[in-house]
Design a protein around this ligand. Structure first.
Ligand code: ADP
Ligand code: ADP
Length: 230
């Protein structure tokens, strides 16, 4: 049974249709990579899956249960289970790396401070940032900041991770360290849907490539099939 299914998602902004009915489903441990031209709707689709954008139509199910975005508690729980990584990291500047990971555990998971700190440190170590745990975002490189945001999502024990062009805000020399963390996550069995323009990485990582254009899925299949004729 799939972990997550997306059924007939539509979204318009004004009278412009951005998503024209998107279906997808993902099994446990599977990695799907969204590719397609800028403006194809990849980011809007990922944001719709997390209800950061409210779809006009369609349904999202997690482990077979439809998500009701009007149920605030349910939505909060769903967002812990479906973690999201953004292009722009979205860290709190006034908190250290450790503080950024810890705060979710305290506020969202209602963990005790000491227990949250221990867990947060373990997640930072997992992304290779144990030694930088007490630095503020301004003292970290873009690649390190993105690894903190990955650690923050992981701390909540997600069942699925959504990654929206996680390396597109990074200088080229910093992309590799973030790709390495994502690759390790995949190897550890994390279920992921990632949008990227990094075709080489997509080919290496994906079980399936989903090619989107004009708000619809044009083609999907194994990397060698989709990318050779793309
Ligand atoms: P991407 O890099 O994925 O192509 P965009 O540059 O299209 O992203 O959009 C960046 C952000 O701006 C997104 O959060 C998107 O929702 C928002 N955005 C994009 N276009 C518009 C628009 N025409 N009006 C309002 N917000 C927009
Ligand atoms: P992609 O991620 O594939 O580059 P996006 O989902 O960012 O595509 O954007 C798809 C289209 O939706 C773009 O034309 C963008 O300008 C538009 N768009 C995105 N967010 C908004 C918004 N909040 N308001 C209006 N238009 C938007």
């Amino acid at each position: 049974a799939p972990v997550l299914t997306v059924e007939g998602i539509r979204k318009s902004f004004g009278n412009k249709e951005i998503l024209g009915g998107v279906d997808l489903s993902i099994r446990r441990g599977e990695i799907k990579v969204l590719i397609g031209p800028s403006g194809a709707g990849k980011s809007t689709l990922l944001q719709s899956i997390n209800f950061l954008v409210m779809p006009d139509a369609g349904r999202i199910c997690l482990e077979g249960r439809p998500v009701d975005p009007s149920d605030r508690k349910g939505l909060c729980l769903y967002r812990q289970q479906v973690g999201m990584i953004f292009q722009e990291f979205n860290l709190f500047d006034h908190l250290t790396a450790l503080g950024n990971v810890e705060i979710g555990l305290v506020r969202v998971k209602k963990m005790k401070r000491s227990q949250a700190r221990e867990r947060a440190m373990a997640e930072l170590e997992r992304v290779g940032l144990g030694v930088h745990a007490h630095k503020y975002p301004a003292e970290l490189s873009g690649g390190q900041k993105q690894r903190v945001s990955i650690a923050r999502a992981l701390a909540l024990d997600p069942k699925v991770m959504l990654l929206d062009e996680p390396t597109s805000a990074l200088d080229p020399e910093l992309i590799g360290e973030v790709h390495a963390v994502i690759r390790d996550l995949g190897a550890a069995g994390m279920t992921m849907i990632m949008a990227t323009h990094q075709i080489g990485f997509a080919r290496a990582l994906a079980d399936e490539i989903i090619f989107m254009e004009n708000g619809v899925v044009i083609e999907q299949g194994p990397p060698d099939k989709i990318l050779d004729d793309a």
